[in-house]
Write a protein that binds this ligand. Structure first.
Ligand code: NAG
Ligand code: NAG
Ligand code: NAG
Ligand code: NAG
Ligand code: NAG
Ligand code: NAG
Ligand code: NAG
Length: 623
């Protein structure tokens, strides 16, 4: 599937008298950026990992990730997850028996949230490897078999085929290589995993094939990182026996998006030159972040700057994927940003959310604020199925550029157009500038079009700015301050209405840099939104709840959601999200003077102000 990019010629009739006559190629746009990851804090022991994985903070973090628009994040890569599996005893046949109960609980929760794990085989098998060094290979093979089989039985083939299985993270790094793999032992381990996955997928008819990814390597020099390189080298000799089918690597920048591409390019060129058989397999940068060290505070991690960096990284990967042979097999990238920040770096670490541990409350609890990078992932999820190459628009008399990604729906479906625009990285001034573009369709009497423009803007849709400027960077923001930050956490609705001309025109000179702008157009022929699923309500503190709902399938033309409350069976329904722009399926509710008890329902509104049916009603009673 990967690497067979379909080339679509522009599906629309060129307009008669203007610049839009050149035909532009549109390609199928795979959602290659929808993975995130984290490493649990604390000791790498089962009991402490269990405490972390099931902690209120991690569970809330996952809830927020799932409360992005459908498809914004699909996979989550979590180190040491398999350490939750407990060894019980050997069966009479000498096969290890494991207790999966803790991992099951975690996985079933992920499943309910609609997230797929990236399962890294990183565990000491609860100590039995160390006590049986002579049969490590068969232990690994049996373990990967048992994991596959167990979750196949629990969740079924359809879901399990969406999982990703990967070898040990950064095996050459001391801190990760806790089993002290030797080259020989490592190769045996990877091969054993492959065999176990194959055995796990074997069925009488229609055997399932689970791909193994690896080596999740940093690929420093051969001497420094012998494990990753030896795997590549061994594979290259006989590709048909290579245990890995997706080459995963880690390349980050030193603060700039383009450095991620440069260093990835260098690595891949290196690999392809020496190990030519790797030219044909999919590749994935599973930690494609702007800079290493998630916990090291960076001021740009706080605000729209990081959001823009994530978008640049995505745009650049798209550009090279369709234009540069080295990247033609790029399968995916992952952002390693599902960590939980800690005081005093609430916003400054590489995270999607700012985390406030409210030690001043009784009991202590956590408050999360969605950062602009979170909103950026939401915006990316609104791209359409076909995309042109990233277009650079050079501004008048300067080296500054705008980057524009134009996407549109496939032919013979109601028109949906989605453009994501932002100034290039490093832009310091734009000047007074009005961007005008013809839109690639003709307006006709029969079909109406409506549009929406949303923007993330530094200093405005910028909770960290509010926290610093208005709340004195307090570690314990109160209800008012939190509401203010949350009000600024989603993209701002800049403009919306019916299109009267097939033209985009917007003065962008006065936006504070950086900014990210999403322009979307829908046809009236697009279906009315379906009702969202009933809201799921989680208590945050007394008088405060987090409400989220799974979206219906077709939400491209969604403008905003509405959340309604009825305080008792005889009261009137009231809209509680009035004045909020809610393009993403969640709402935190903390009324200043009233209780949160009552009945809740939600609905979506599209660009034409057509309303979906209400979701089913959910009652909440505080305990
Ligand atoms: C790996 O080596 C380190 C240091 O040499 C040692 O402390 C540790 O016990 C070893 N681990 C295993 C699983 O053998
Ligand atoms: C809250 O308490 C925890 C545990 O004592 C501590 O680690 C953390 O730094 C405290 N947070 C703040 C904001 O004071
Ligand atoms: C941004 O500017 C800095 C300092 O001028 C420069 O070192 C860096 O290469 C620039 N990065 C990009 C992506 O243009
Ligand atoms: C920007 O330019 C437009 C005309 O191109 C003008 O109407 C507008 O007043 C200018 N804005 C500023 C802030 O100078
Ligand atoms: C181009 O630059 C000139 C001089 O700075 C300015 O007058 C003009 O408005 C600019 N045009 C655009 C489209 O930015
Ligand atoms: C929160 O703190 C601000 C600044 O001290 C204050 O003006 C506001 O009234 C407080 N809000 C609440 C709900 O305590
Ligand atoms: C229901 O709520 C309304 C509005 O707050 C209130 O006037 C009424 O007394 C309540 N009814 C019951 C039965 O509690």
């Amino acid at each position: 599937m990967i690497g067979t990019l379909l080339l679509y010629l522009l599906a629309f009739k060129p307009l008669q008298n203007n610049s839009y006559t050149e035909e532009e190629s549109y390609y199928e746009l795979p959602r290659f950026w929808t993975s995130t990851g984290f490493c649990p804090m604390g000791e790498i022991r089962r009991e402490s990992l269990k405490a972390v994985f099931f902690s209120e903070e991690v569970q809330m973090n996952l809830l927020h990730i799932t409360a992005l628009p459908a498809g914004a994040i699909t996979h989550i890569r979590i180190h040491w997850l398999l350490k939750l599996v407990k060894f019980i005893q050997y069966s009479t046949a000498g096969v290890p028996m494991y207790d999966f109960a803790d991992l099951d609980a975690f996985i079933l929760n992920l499943d309910e949230l609609g997230l797929f794990p990236v399962v890294e085989f990183m565990t000491d098998l609860d100590g039995i490897l160390a006590s049986n060094p002579d049969i490590e290979g068969s232990l690994w093979q049996d373990f990967s078999y048992q994991v596959t089989k167990h979750y196949l039985n629990l969740l079924g083939a359809k879901k399990l085929l969406q999982w990703r299985f990967e070898t040990w993270n950064e095996p050459d790094v001391r801190n990760y290589n806790r089993l002290n793999f030797t080259v020989e032992g490592y190769l045996q381990y990877v091969m054993a995993l492959r065999n176990g996955l194959t055995a796990g997928g074997r069925r009488k008819v229609n055997s399932l094939h689970f791909k193994l990814r690896g080596p999740a390597g940093l690929f420093k020099s051969n001497g420094e990182h012998p494990l990753c390189w030896s795997l590549i080298q061994t594979c290259n000799l006989q590709m048909s026996h290579c245990p890995i089918e997706v080459l995963t690597y880690h390349r980050k920048g030193q603060g700039f998006a383009k450095e991620v591409i440069e260093s990835s390019s260098q690595l891949l060129k290196n690999v392809y030159e020496k190990y030519t058989n790797f030219r044909s397999i999919p590749v994935s940068n599973d930690e494609a972040d702007p800079i290493a060290g998630w916990s090291t505070p960076q001021s740009y991690h706080e605000d729209v700057r990081y959001a823009a960096k994530l978008v640049y990284i995505t745009f650049l990967h798209w550009h090279v994927k369709i234009s540069n042979d080295v990247f033609k097999n790029l399968e995916s990238i992952s952002h390693d940003n599902a960590f939980i920040s800690y005081h005093p770096y609430e916003f400054a670490q590489r995270t999607l959310l700012a985390h406030f541990r409210m030690n001043n409350s009784q009991p202590a609890h956590s408050q999360f604020i969605q950062k602009p990078v979170y909103a950026a992932l939401g915006m990316l999820s609104k791209l359409a199925t076909l995309a042109a190459d990233v277009e650079t628009i050079t501004l008048n008399n300067s080296n500054n550029e705008l980057w524009l990604l134009k996407t549109c729906s496939i032919e013979n479906t109601p028109l949906y157009l989605s453009w994501l625009l932002l100034p290039q990285e490093n832009t310091t001034t734009l000047g007074n500038f009005t961007l005008r573009r013809q839109l690639p369709f003709t307006l006709c009497a029969k079909e109406n079009f409506a549009y929406i423009i949303e923007i993330l803007e530094q200093g405005h849709t910028d909770p960290a700015h509010i926290w610093r400027a208005k709340a004195n960077a307090t570690p314990f923001p109160n209800k008012t301050q939190r509401a203010e930050m949350r009000y600024a956490q989603t993209p701002r609705l800049q403009a919306t209405g019916l299109l009267s001309r097939a033209e985009f025109e917007l003065n962008i000179g006065h936006f504070q840099l950086p900014w990210i702008l999403l322009f979307r157009v829908c046809s009236y022929l697009s279906p009315v939104l379906k009702a969202p699923r009933p809201p799921v309500i989680t208590k945050i503190a007394e008088g405060e709840i987090f409400i989220f709902w799974h979206e219906a399938d077709t939400v491209q033309c969604l403008k905003t959601y509405e959340v309604w409350l009825k305080v008792n069976a005889t009261a009137e329904w009231n809209i509680i999200s009035k004045d909020w722009h809610l393009p993403f399926p969640s709402f935190q509710f903390a009324p200043p003077h009233s209780s949160v008890n009552g009945f809740y329902r939600v609905r979506g509104i599209d660009f034409f102000n057509r309303r979906s049916k209400f979701s089913n009603i959910v009652e909440y009673i505080e305990i």
